[in-house]
Design a protein around this ligand. Sequence first.
Ligand SMILES: [Zn+2]
Length: 288
Amino acid sequence: MKRLALGAAAATAVIFLIAPATIAQNKPKPPQSVRLYVFDCGLLTMSAPATFGFTKEEIGEKQPFAVPCYLVVHPKGTLMWDVGVIPDSQVNGTAQGISTVTKTLKSQLAEVGYSAADIKYLALSHLHSDHTANANDFAASTWLVHQNEHDAMFAPPPAGGRGGGGPMASATYSKLKDSKTIILTDKDYDVFGDGTVVIQYAPGHTPGHQVLFLKLKQSGPILIAGDLYHLPQEINMHRFPTFEFNKEQSAVSRAKVEAFVKQTGARLWIEHDLATFNLLKTAPAFYE
Ligand SMILES: [Zn+2]
């Protein structure tokens, strides 16, 4: 009996010795340089060329849109950028309206070693429902948002509606109201202070729409454009969706971003452009 008890005590001691190390190993080590993971957060099947300023002769009747989510891992912390169209709890692999999501964001984060609790910052390109689905999961992160976008998300709509705008799903982001929040200005926001991960104000599509600039060591500069455009044809044909919050502002933001892209040689990634998305390395592969 005594020997058994001692054995059990020894085993317990061993477990206590091993456990903290095991937990520590599960936390991914910060990389030496910035990494970008692209997740497949679904597909939207749009069939509304006029909504994006085109005829069906110009771009066809159906527009399949990619829905990516992005994880930036910097030596000093992590940033989640855009969080999908269907909340993980409702993902079932089948079409739900125009949206089809086959993989949860949670499972894709886990595959590369992260959970929502590991995410230091959350930023959404904008408030539309195809970018906010899992926002509540990141309520413990620090939220990076412009005041006017924050207001549009939480202020009660004025009588007569908001005056345009795309679909919103306020229940998917309601917990952000109590999140630690950093209100951004119209100046670039350098997330980690070394110029490698920078949020740029690009309003128009929504009041406080924003885009993300990354300067990666091997892959070079990349500009993730949110919904500044939905289709590449919008760039040269100067078309705008019918549901812009402020089309004139969008035109100014586009000109600014296009000049920046030209000056830096950055690759411009239109998030919903399926042709772009299909060429990307998706997680667990990454850009660095
Ligand atoms: Zn969108």
